[in-house]
Write a protein that binds this ligand. Structure first.
Ligand code: A2P
Length: 342
């Protein structure tokens, strides 16, 4: 297959992730012959910035993918379910940000630093994992390769941008109204998010977990390619605009000291260590927003078990957790000559 200058469709280009995708394509000088932003009929004709210019948003329709080679989707599960198969049928490779296809055994779920080889068996659709899962597996895969992870306990502190542009607006509005002595009426979230923490992301399931928590459980083993890893998660929405934080506790088969872990992660792709407690230096959402890497700190021994580590992992959920990972998948598809170009 030829791999030069694909035509790229960005679906959901007016949303928080879609806009970031355009930014990431521009920043990484993605070798596109053309980039076209798509959204719903509501946004047709709206302008979005790209490469120092403005692009006009096009309404997404069933025949929209004619002549496109790659489509980057971030327009919700319903749109993906309907339009991704149509795009694939038209010869366009889809990289999809929604949860619609992630656990389909015929669809690869990919983080390029972890399992790029899974792209080799794609059938036209590739799923981009859940944002919290992506940053966790980037930090944990090198440790798993060295010391075999048996169990992961994760608690997340997730930014509102993970719920889209409306949620960013909701936090902004609530903070402003509360400072002005006004009442707030929750809309995107079931409760006030300003100055609050909600232990509730996505719908509750019969087992008492939320869908977000079970995404972390199921997606981690699929991406890591190891069903033996046990994962349990508590996912919490916090009043932060950008950047998800995670407290991880892991148990390994082989012993790994905090020093060995720091050295290993410092040379792992996509990871930056910030771990200087004596200088009060550790990863924080406000510093990691806008950055590409997964930041790891507070690495220390879990003193309650023989082979355990605790750590704190932060990354920009809109970049590595969504837009950047999607574009990296597209870049890897090109590198591995897995995209048709007319
Ligand atoms: P629109 O702005 O026209 O509604 P976010 O996650 O920030 O809420 O963004 C969701 C993105 O998905 C937006 O760009 C939105 O476009 C787009 N979208 C939602 N529904 C559809 C649809 N049926 N067809 C195309 N794009 C859609």
């Amino acid at each position: 297959m030829s791999t030069k200058n694909p035509r790229v469709a960005v679906v959901g280009a007016t949303g928080a992730v879609g806009r970031e995708m355009l930014k990431v394509l521009e920043q990484r000088v993605f070798p596109a012959s053309e980039v076209v932003p798509f959204a719903s009929a509501r946004s047709a004709g709206m302008k979005v910035p790209y490469a120092g210019d403005e692009l006009s948003v096009v309404e997404l329709k069933e025949d929209s993918f004619e002549g496109f080679d790659i489509a980057l989707f971030s327009a919700g599960g319903g749109t993906s379910k309907k339009f991704a198969p149509l795009a694939a049928k038209q010869g366009c490779v889809v990289v999809d940000n929604s949860s619609a296809w992630r656990m389909d055994p015929n669809i690869p779920l990919v983080v390029p630093e972890v399992n790029p080889h899974d792209l080799d068996w794609h059938n036209g659709i590739i799923a981009n994992p859940n944002c919290s899962t992506i940053q966790m597996v980037v930090a944990l895969k090198p440790i798993h390769d060295e010391a075999r992870i048996k169990r992961i306990i994760v608690s997340t502190y997730q930014a509102v941008s993970g719920s889209g542009q409306k949620a960013i607006n909701e936090l902004e509005t609530q903070v402003s109204r509360l400072f002005n002595g006004k009442n707030v009426v929750p809309d995107v979230y079931p409760h006030q998010i300003a100055f609050n923490c909600l232990p509730h992301i996505d719908d509750f399931l019969d087992n008492g977990y939320t869908k977000e928590e079970m995404k972390m459980v199921n997606e981690t083993t699929k991406i890591m390619g190891d069903d033996n890893i046990k994962v349990t998660a508590t996912t919490v929405r916090v009043p932060v605009f950008f950047g998800h934080s995670e407290a991880l506790n892991i148990e390994t088969e082989e012993k790994m000291s905090p020093e060995e872990c720091r050295t290993l992660l410092a040379e792992s792709p996509g990871v930056t260590i910030i771990d200087y407690p004596e200088k009060k230096a550790y990863p924080m959402a406000i510093d990691c927003a806008g950055e590409d890497d997964v930041f790891v700190g507070r690495i220390r021994e879990d003193m309650t078990i023989p082979n355990g580590l605790n750590m704190w992992v932060v990354s920009d959920n809109i970049r590595k957790g969504a837009a950047l990972n999607t574009v990296q998948i597209a870049e890897t598809l090109i590198e591995r000559e897995l995209v048709r170009v007319d």
